[in-house]
Design a protein around this ligand. Structure first.
Ligand code: AMP
Length: 211
């Protein structure tokens, strides 16, 4: 693996990373040619089944850094169950929507793939209907995710991936206990990717305990 300062043309190309054909085709559609440094650092380890702690600001390509390996290894469509296999926790409704849209773009060649953003302030009706139909990936704010878990309308028994996006923001917004609660209610063998712009003590502790 090269350092974050590796010049673009010395970076491992997407084609050599082991991403799925469907994801590679989507990358051609969106026009990404070279992985960003955070993508180069995390895609390989995530595909190899390791947990990852990534320090990255917004705008560095961190969404694709976790979405591409998740999509590459995911069963989807008829073969998959109705319960989500990936849960992404995000601090705000805006980020949840943005991440869900990115998943949709990168999954454009995966027929039957469904991603659902869930956040507070939105009616339960559409969220419940979508969860009942079945989703592959849920991207949600911690409060609303926990609401659904406690009501039994979101089940994490099939969960393979848990992602914390902008973990330091979730900490700042007082979601840390919610995040801990979600960790404790996911299958122990799930793979974890934790992204944060800064690494305060509380985030390091979470990483040490759960990764
Ligand atoms: P993010 O940090 O995930 O919000 O991504 C920031 C922006 O960079 C988004 O508009 C992405 O579509 C774009 N992006 C992510 N990865 C790449 C890449 N490897 N090449 C070109 N653009 C990218």
């Amino acid at each position: 693996m090269s350092s974050p300062n590796t010049p673009e043309n010395d970076r491992t190309p997407f084609a050599a990373m082991g991403l799925s054909d469907a994801v590679m085709t989507a990358l051609t559609d969106v026009g990404y040619e070279t992985p960003s440094p955070i993508q180069e650092a995390t895609i390989g380890p995530l595909l190899a089944g390791r947990d990852v702690l990534g320090q990255a600001q917004t705008g560095t390509g961190k969404t694709a850094a976790f979405a591409l390996p998740i999509l590459s290894t995911m069963r989807f469509g008829k073969d998959a169950g109705k319960e989500p296999r990936a849960l992404v926790l995000a601090p705000t409704r805006e980020l949840a929507i943005q991440v869900a849209e990115a998943f949709q773009r990168y999954a454009s060649h995966m027929p039957g793939f469904h991603v659902l953003p869930i956040y507070g302030g939105q009616g339960y009706g559409p969220q419940l209907a979508a969860l009942k139909r079945g989703v592959d990936v849920v991207v949600g704010t911690p409060g609303r995710v926990i609401d659904h878990l406690k009501r039994g309308t979101l089940k994490l028994d099939s969960l393979e991936w848990l992602v914390l996006d902008e973990a330091d923001e979730m900490l700042r917004m007082g979601f840390i206990d919610d995040v801990e609660w979600v960790f404790e209610n996911t299958p122990p063998e799930r793979q974890v990717a934790l992204f944060s712009a800064t690494m305060p003590g509380a985030i390091r502790r979470i990483a040490k305990t759960h990764l």
